[in-house]
Design a protein around this ligand. Structure first.
Ligand code: NCD
Length: 337
């Protein structure tokens, strides 16, 4: 895809709270910016340049839910740009343990840092924090790195980047069929990505899941309002055979465990090596990871498997996003080194 004409958004990026805040122009610009960050990342001079850009800034990584990729890729993105990162990964090690409210904890971080990147089991906490801090003398930007079963906007941005790159020889995401599989009800990556896909032309989403894990009513209504074509099916094999991209997800049984979780066999919704022959020869296989049994490791060596690249892309997309949050993305617009 040629993004050379992508223009920076007119409005500065203030917070990253929900994927609903992004439009196509933003997505094209972010993809272009990320490509440039990657180019800089390839040379010692480029890395030294990136590392000088935000060495006067500090970030807080407040992650009170487990995380490997999102935490490490944000941490690495900070590192790439020279940002000093502090972290809390367990509220039991902070004054929340002494009864301090999470709001007061977050306000405290804003006294010491210039940016808060947060993952929490509480849906809506990022929005609340952003509003709270906006009303204080230190309104630092908030980045939602996963808000319970609700949203995971930066994962969706890196998924869009991965899709765009993987489909670049075929005209990009426009006109493609994307099949999303697994726990579509509580999977925040699915919820955020489906909303972003609605920005593309003639995209069709096939949601394939066990009946108990169909998309939630709010997402169904939001998608219907955008006019994007989508369907829900339990016919997994038919769905994956039609797809240009398959987005596998795991069962999110850390939330409201009900009779449907654990007790049932969902192997009908697992992508196995034996399915590869039925997929399009240029299908893109993605997964936000971590995986369990739904994605057979025997697929890892198939050229259509893009999930390891997807996780590495997360670091560059997040670095690009941080330059936008600090309003220095124009300094990434340099010609190739
Ligand atoms: C996802 C998450 O935390 O929502 N992982 C991630 O950020 N890469 C998906 C998951 O945990 O299933």
């Amino acid at each position: 895809m040629d993004f050379s004409l992508a223009q920076p958004p007119k409005e500065p990026l203030r917070h990253v709270l929900s994927s609903s805040q992004f439009d196509r122009a933003f997505l094209d610009y972010l993809c272009q910016l990320t490509n440039t960050v990657r180019r800089f990342d390839k040379s010692r001079e480029g890395l030294a340049y990136l590392g000088s850009l935000l060495s006067h800034k500090r970030a807080m990584l407040y992650f009170t839910q487990p995380s490997t990729r999102t935490f490490l890729s944000f941490h690495s993105a900070c590192h790439i740009l020279g940002i000093t990162a502090s972290e809390i990964r367990d509220s039991a090690t902070s004054s929340e343990r002494k009864g301090e409210s999470v709001e007061d904890s977050l306000r405290t971080f804003s006294s010491y840092v210039d940016l808060i990147i947060m993952r929490s089991p509480i849906a809506g906490l990022c929005e609340r924090t952003a509003r709270l801090l906006d009303a204080t003398p230190r309104p630092v930007p908030i980045v939602n790195a996963g808000s319970g079963p609700d949203e995971h906007p930066t994962q969706a941005l890196l998924d869009i980047y991965t899709l765009t790159r993987s489909l670049r020889m075929r005209g990009g995401i426009d006109g493609k069929t994307i099949c999303m599989v697994g726990d579509l009800r509580r999977g925040r990556t699915v919820r955020s990505l489906a909303r972003l896909l609605a920005n593309y032309k003639d995209v069709r989403i096939i949601f394939s899941s066990p009946p108990a894990f169909r998309i939630a009513e709010d997402l169904r209504a939001d998608l219907a309002a955008t006019g994007i074509a989508f369907e829900e099916t339990d016919a997994f094999l038919t769905a994956i055979a039609e797809a240009d991209a398959i987005y596998m997800t795991r069962i999110q049984d850390e939330y409201d465990i009900g009779p449907e979780d654990g007790a049932k066999d969902y192997s009908n919704y697992h992508l196995k090596a034996e399915h590869l022959g039925a997929l399009k020869s240029d299908a893109v296989i993605m997964h936000p990871l971590p995986r369990r049994d739904e994605l057979d490791p025997a697929i890892d060596h198939d050229p259509r498997a893009k999930y390891w690249r997807q996780e590495r892309n997360g670091m560059w997309v997040r670095a690009a996003l941080l330059t936008m949050l600090f309003g220095i993305d124009d300094r990434i617009q340099l010609p190739e080194l």
